[in-house]
Write a protein that binds this ligand. Structure first.
Ligand SMILES: [Zn+2]
Length: 309
């Protein structure tokens, strides 16, 4: 859990038992420093596990930079800064392993919840620079209403901001590079030159329509990740979850609602507390999921790098 000035002291119903002394903005589910909750690797960090067992965790041809995806739950009580992330090409030119394309899935949303996602049509770089001078950048942003269950795609280069009202499951390329373009007059440092270099006036960002398949819904599918929503009733094998795909690296399962039990091949129950991520390595041993009353699970798949190491 990461303290943020824009966070909350009440994580119910998502993490009702958390004892909070500071406002929490982010709960990281697959950060490099997140540790295995159970099993023979219990207590080891995801970073350590991914580097010691890169091929088993990430598959062959992985880029050697740990978990490709960082998954967080965001609890914004105030506006987050308006920011932009570089794409792979720009990030790598600056010595970073990767850029940051991300997406937001609304776990819940209050009436009137909004986010800023991209620029209005026709906005020029000059208009952005002028708006930074007179503090009117917000007028140039494309504002989207957010409802529970919706997916919003935010590719690298998109000017964006998370605003209060929704609890968002954020999936992103595991990268640390964020440039803060505008902070509503708050005193935090800005990175205007870097932001202007990284931003793109038009991108692919926006709401993604749900693609309904026979056994799952595809919420988003891009070069870096695919997120599926599945209903689990009774017993389902891990192989069936991973139907019809070849280029998978590490994937994660997130229990959105309902109770699910994960069972390993030896019949042992794998602890999977509600609203946490279950990491499924590229070379996972067989497992099963069981839900007697039915559950909604998100499957977050890291696609294998096209570039190799
Ligand atoms: Zn972002």
């Amino acid at each position: 859990m990461v303290s943020r000035i824009w966070g909350t002291r009440n994580l119910a119903p998502w993490f009702p038992n958390a004892a909070l002394t500071e406002p929490i903005g982010e709960v990281w589910l697959s950060g490099d420093a997140c540790t295995a909750h159970s099993g023979p690797l219990q207590g080891q960090s995801l970073q350590a596990i991914c580097s010691a067992q890169a091929e088993a965790m990430l598959g062959s041809g992985n880029d050697g930079h740990g978990s490709p995806l960082l998954i967080k739950i965001l609890f914004a009580q105030e506006k987050l800064s308006v920011q932009v992330h570089p794409d792979d090409t720009l990030a790598q030119r600056q010595g970073q392993p990767r850029g940051k394309t991300e997406c937001w899935y609304a776990l819940e949303a209050a009436p009137g919840a909004e986010v800023a996602c991209g620029l209005k049509a026709g906005v020029s770089l000059e208009a952005i620079e002028a708006s930074l001078q007179d503090h009117t950048l917000e007028e140039l942003l494309n504002v989207l209403p957010v409802a529970a269950g919706e997916m919003i795609f935010v590719d690298a280069g998109t000017v964006h901001a998370i605003w209060p009202g929704a609890v968002l499951l954020e999936t992103q390329q595991n990268s640390d590079v964020t440039y803060r373009l505008y902070d509503y007059g708050r005193p935090r440092a800005l990175h205007i030159r870097e932001s202007l270099e990284a931003l793109k006036l038009t991108t692919e960002a926006g709401k993604v329509p749900v693609l309904a398949l026979e056994d799952r819904e595809i919420l988003v599918d891009c070069a870096y990740f695919r997120i599926e929503r599945m209903q689990i009733h009774g017993m389902v094998s891990g192989d069936a979850l991973a139907a019809k795909e070849t280029q998978v690296s590490l994937s994660y399962l997130f229990g959105q609602s309902g109770s699910v039990t994960a069972i390993g091949q030896d019949g042992r129950e794998i602890p999977w507390p509600e609203h946490t991520a279950l990491a499924v390595p590229a070379q996972a041993t067989p497992f099963q999921l069981e839900s007697t009353d039915g559950a909604t699970v998100l499957r977050i798949v890291a696609k294998r790098s096209q570039h190799g190491a």
